[in-house]
Design a protein around this ligand. Structure first.
Ligand SMILES: Cc1cc2nc3c(=O)[nH]c(=O)nc-3n(C[C@H](O)[C@H](O)[C@H](O)COP(=O)(O)OP(=O)(O)OC[C@H]3O[C@@H](n4cnc5c(N)ncnc54)[C@H](O)[C@@H]3O)c2cc1C
Length: 504
């Protein structure tokens, strides 16, 4: 449904009793990052000069999973002379989490697929965290069933690939798509992390979009196209038109055919963040935005308002586009990566909707502009639960990122509350009566989008190469943002830093 249609439906759907119930719901925007982000970009108002300068061999900028993984690697190699600077109060970036009287819940990243053989670093971490023991995944952390369901033609079905009303043609095309993904997997180029394959990617796939690839392969089933489009929106915050065919295929071909899992927790990947924090807490400084990085001889001077750090090496694990505003003479004065805007929301339910059915961990509504909701209490061991927290995801994909960023800044909380309730009320008519609170997070630059050309981009290669003593590590360098890429980029940058310091 287009936006106008969707807003009218929202207003219609919420005009009477539910409208009153909606108005009684508490909540607001949380974790708004853009006032500080815009200040960093524009330098207005300016930042105070640091009161002291500290010499230190290494600085990590950004405490998301990439920065934390860099710190994890340095620490496990016995290297202790570094600091990690995070601009927000809470460490974790897109894997931050929250908690209320009902449950812990994620703000964005909510699962980790069980690692393939080539994901050696993820396997090392999972072994260290007790998730993988003697090659067996710990059941307690694998998503309980039912894992996922889809609301289609007025009822719920298991799994997200549409089945209700699927025709023979749809089934034939599902099979053909699976066979093409098996062939793609066999080429060995679709790995997580991307660089683990050691194979040259087929750049002809990177030059076209996923819609064109489907067309060339005669895959025109509406159900199949919806499913693949959904997967691109879910993992990349892009759609069939704005996803490179290489990335679209990677989404499916990088999975093991009989993949278990995923690993998940009430607080999502916040669980991993907390375990990493336990290991490296000594080096972490939150509420420390880095507003400038400048060359000083062979070293780099990293400015925060409290302290300037004179470092031999810097790992930039914050989003790459910010480096062009903050790092003097960065790789490029303007980063050409495309970032997707998102909305996430945590809804606190004091009771379950009537006829909610067998609620799964991941619940998707066919043809909704959103991605549906993930249930934070799903991994709880309590058998009967009247209360819950649902994390609602919406990648804003149909207009340009710039247009959505404007909407994100303009619209108030009530606007998003009504849209969210209207969307969910397609499957749960009494949802407005069940919810007592909706907290909403607006993300203008949530994740990098693997647009056609991203893989072969010359600028992407330059950022990956970095500068003498300054290494870039954010997951956006991979073109798409997942834990495996954040961890790989963080550890790779830490290795380069150690080599520069003669400590490898
Ligand atoms: C809605 C959503 C859902 C997702 N779901 C999943 C999922 O289920 N599974 C999955 O694997 N991945 C998921 N992801 C992808 C997720 O982004 C990655 O898994 C990973 O967490 C990214 O880590 P990162 O460190 O590369 O980047 P970020 O998490 O963006 O971390 C960058 C950090 O740098 C900090 N920073 C920025 N500027 C400065 C500065 N000037 N000074 C100091 N600090 C600064 C930021 O505050 C932030 O903490 C999701 C992403 C989104 C947006």
């Amino acid at each position: 449904m287009n936006r106008r249609g969707f807003v009218s439906a929202a207003l219609l759907g919420l005009s009477s009793k539910s409208g009153q119930a909606a108005r009684n719901i508490a909540g607001g925007f949380v974790n708004d990052g853009f006032p500080l982000g815009h200040r960093l970009r524009d330098g207005k108002p300016g930042f105070a000069a640091p009161k002291q300068t500290v010499r230190i061999p290494a600085v990590i900028v950004g405490g998301g999973c990439a920065g934390l993984s860099a710190a994890w690697h340095l620490n496990r190699k016995g290297f202790r002379d570094f600091v990690l600077l995070e601009m927000e109060q809470q460490i974790g970036g897109n894997a931050r989490w929250g908690q209320n009287e009902v449950s812990r819940y994620p703000w964005a990243a909510h699962y980790l697929p069980v690692a393939n053989r080539e994901s050696t670093l993820v396997r090392e971490l999972c072994t260290e965290l007790g998730l993988l023991k003697d090659g067996v995944w710990e059941e307690r952390h694998l998503c309980f069933s039912p894992q996922e369901r889809l609301y289609l033609h007025g009822r719920w079905q298991e799994a997200i690939e549409p089945e209700i009303g699927a025709t023979r043609k749809d089934h034939d095309q599902y099979k053909k798509f699976d066979a093409l993904m098996r062939e793609a997997r066999a080429t060995g180029q679709f790995t997580k992390p991307l660089e683990a394959s050691g194979k040259s990617p087929d750049l002809s796939l990177d030059r076209i979009n996923m819609r064109e690839w489907l067309r060339r392969n005669g895959l025109d089933s509406e159900y199949l196209q919806w499913y693949i489009n959904y997967s691109c929106r879910d993992d990349y915050g892009s759609n069939l038109d704005t996803t490179s065919a290489w990335a679209g295929i990677h989404e499916f071909a990088s999975r093991e055919p009989e993949e278990k899992g995923p690993l998940t927790w009430p607080e999502g990947n916040g669980w991993i963040v907390e375990r990493l924090k336990e290991r490296v807490h000594k080096y972490l400084k939150a509420s420390a935005p880095v507003y400038r990085i400048a060359r000083e001889g062979q070293q780099w001077k990293v400015f925060t308002e409290q302290t300037a750090y004179l470092a031999d090496t810097v790992i930039w694990a914050a989003p790459t586009f910010l480096a062009s505003y903050i790092v003097e003479a960065a790789v490029s004065p303007k980063c050409d990566f495309v970032y997707s805007p998102w909305i996430t929301a945590n809804l606190t339910l004091h009771r379950m909707p009537e006829q909610a059915g067998d609620i799964a961990w991941d619940n998707v509504i066919y043809d909704s502009p959103s991605l549906g909701y993930v249930v934070a209490t799903h991994m709880s061991l309590a058998t009967v639960r009247q209360q819950s927290v649902w994390t609602y995801y919406w990648a804003l994909v149909d207009q340009s990122p710039a247009a959505y960023r404007k909407i994100l800044l303009e619209k108030d909380w009530g606007y998003w509350r009504d849209l969210i309730l209207a969307d969910l009320s397609r499957a749960h008519r009494d949802i407005a009566d069940c919810v007592s609170r909706i907290d909403i997070m607006r993300l203008g630059h949530a994740m990098a989008r693997p647009v056609p050309g991203f893989l072969g981009s010359a600028q992407r290669k330059q950022w990956i190469e970095g500068q003498p003593g300054l290494y870039y590590a954010n997951s956006d360098l991979s073109g798409f943002s997942i834990f495996e890429e954040a961890q790989y980029r963080g550890v790779e940058a830490a290795r380069k830093a150690l080599r520069r310091l003669g400590r490898s």
